[in-house]
Design a protein around this ligand. Structure first.
Ligand code: NAD
Length: 340
């Protein structure tokens, strides 16, 4: 049984703690948060008695195999470096880092320590998205030549995560990062990025609308469009909708978790709704189920001695797309990813 310690007991941590209870092969032994109120609330809720306000002390005193970092981005680099130098495997929430320099240093720290580093980049692990990815990888629509990945919503994310309204950056860094990662999983690596952003909601600092054109190493193209300023009914939060054209068919992940595969003039339609886990609640159940899936993937990889699909090294490419999109939007030009 792998023993883990959690750092960060805020808004999203309960999903991790619930997920860990269901993971085969791991348990959470200790919890850390600098905020004593949050530490005791979460510790009581999940019956974790080993509690710390200092991550270094937790790592020194506990016999842990891995740490699960669920803090916001500014603390990720020091915590990843601390965990690596303490000889622990690491899962770190997205956004992995505030910039590529930090992210590269974090990957290097884990490599030097010989430890596994996985980014909790969970949208490609949502079961509806995963089904779509698997069908495409299995060749159901042939070779994909176009992908549109769309996340448009008017859901109030700011009440649960007030920091999202305060940052200079918002939708690309927080949400677009997931959608860009899905497109990488479907279409492969990206050569150039052209992005346009707007802020529609006057009460926030960052951009809440982004439209991004990607050209892939394969020569094919994708469009990622994200908005938190879209009023629609029914509300689709937190669904990513997909439209993928291949040379032998097309695939659609439509609102309401409806998967359609169009081949040879026929349409196969499937309900790919995520499971409503006992601790989950709509509409978050899609994301909550993916937390469990990515945690299980991490444990399976440690057991089998292989790299997670969303390893730190892999995530550098997703983070590069985020940086490229902001640079493109601010300078109104197309950005080549290999220049970042
Ligand atoms: P939050 O601010 O509610 O909670 C973070 C907690 O970390 C706070 O309680 C804070 O006191 C604690 N903390 C910060 N620095 C610390 C340190 N050095 N040592 C110990 N504790 C420390 O944030 P949140 O909304 O829970 O988000 C956490 C992360 O999860 C963010 O990076 C966010 O982007 C990510 N997130 C991911 C998803 C997803 O689907 N993957 C969804 C929501 C949030």
């Amino acid at each position: 049984m792998l023993r883990g310690g959690i750092i960060g007991a805020g808004f999203f941590a309960a999903n991790h703690l619930n997920g860990w209870r269901m993971v085969d092969g791991a348990e959470i032994a200790a919890l850390c948060d600098t905020d004593t109120g949050r530490l005791s609330t979460m510790g009581d809720q999940f019956g974790i008695t080993r509690r710390y306000t200092d991550a270094a002390q937790m790592l020194a005193e506990e016999e842990l195999d891995f740490v699960d970092i669920i803090t916001t981005a500014p603390s990720h680099r020091p915590l990843v470096e601390l965990a690596a130098s303490s000889g622990k495997h690491i899962i770190c929430q997205k956004p992995f880092a505030e910039n590529l320099t930090d992210a590269r240093a974090m990957v290097a720290a884990a490599q030097t320590a010989g430890k596994t580093l996985m980014v909790h980049e969970n949208f490609r692990w949502q079961s509806p998205v995963r089904t779509a990815i698997n069908e495409i990888r299995a060749g159901m629509i042939g070779t994909p030549f176009f992908c549109r990945a769309s996340f448009r919503s008017g859901y109030d994310v700011f009440s649960g995560q007030p920091y999202l309204a305060e940052g200079e950056r918002f939708i690309i860094e927080d949400l677009g990062i997931h959608v860009l990662d899905i497109v990488r999983a479907v279409m492969g690596d990206v050569a150039t990025v052209a992005a346009h952003t707007n802020r529609i909601n006057p009460k926030i600092r960052g951009e809440d609308v982004a439209t991004i054109l990607l050209s892939h190493d394969s020569g094919m193209s994708s469009v990622v469009d994200c908005s938190y300023a879209t009023q629609r009914s029914p509300e689709t939060f937190p669904q990513t909708l997909l439209e993928v054209d291949g040379d032998r068919g097309s695939l659609y992940l439509k609102a309401g978790y409806r998967l359609e595969i169009h081949t040879n003039g026929e349409v196969e339609t499937r309900d790919v709704s995520p499971e409503l886990l006992s601790w989950a609640e709509r509409p978050w159940h899609n994301i909550q189920e993916s937390v469990l899936s990515i945690q299980q993937h991490f444990c399976d990889c440690l057991r089998d001695g292989r790299q997670p699909e969303t390893s730190g090294t892999d995530n550098l490419k997703t983070l590069t797309l985020v940086e490229a999109a902001y640079l493109s939007a601010s300078e109104a030009r197309t950005v080549e990813t290999n220049h970042l």
